[in-house]
Design a protein around this ligand. Structure first.
Ligand code: ATP
Length: 140
């Protein structure tokens, strides 16, 4: 079934989530404050928008509250990630999935109601270690 997602922050993480969802046939609204990042995804995203998501009124104008699932891929600017998450939960977006930069960031995200929190590098390291030690990897 075709689903709708909004992705905020089109770094390596956000853009690869966007490409993959598009590849799977879903609709994706891709948002970043950097026009170049937005333009780079214009061929894969269903809609693109240049916006600063720390601005609550900008999020309101976008109609973000109509999305059921929003992914926040802002990394380095922890304050922006936290503010965006706060606004999204204030707008009652049911599923807000957020990339965390460190454990303190994680704790704050948890407190303000992020529904799922990722640490991509850590998670991938864990999965690769699991894969390397699984029985499926016999020799390489
Ligand atoms: P990655 O590892 O996924 O490349 P990163 O951890 O280095 O990302 P950043 O590059 O800091 O994270 O952020 C990802 C994207 O989020 C950037 O393209 C940046 O322009 C965007 N971004 C940061 N702040 C905002 C904001 N307030 N509004 C919208 N987009 C933002």
């Amino acid at each position: 079934m075709k689903k709708q997602f909004a992705i905020i922050g089109l770094g390596r993480f956000g853009s690869s989530v966007c490409r993959e969802l598009h590849h799977m046939g879903h609709e994706v609204l891709a948002i970043d404050k950097n026009e170049k990042k937005v333009d780079a995804l214009s061929d894969v995203a269903t809609h693109t928008l240049v916006a600063d998501v720390t601005d609550e009124t900008a999020l309101q104008r976008i109609g973000i509250r109509n999305f059921e699932h929003v992914i926040v891929g802002i990394g380095e600017d922890i304050q922006a990630s936290i503010l965006a998450t706060l606004h999204l939960k204030d707008f009652d977006v049911p599923k807000v999935w957020v990339k965390a930069q460190n454990n303190y960031h994680h704790k704050v995200l948890e407190k303000i109601g992020a529904d799922r929190i990722f640490h991509p590098e850590h998670d991938m390291g864990y999965r690769i270690a699991e894969f390397l030690t699984s029985e499926k990897v016999l020799d390489y």
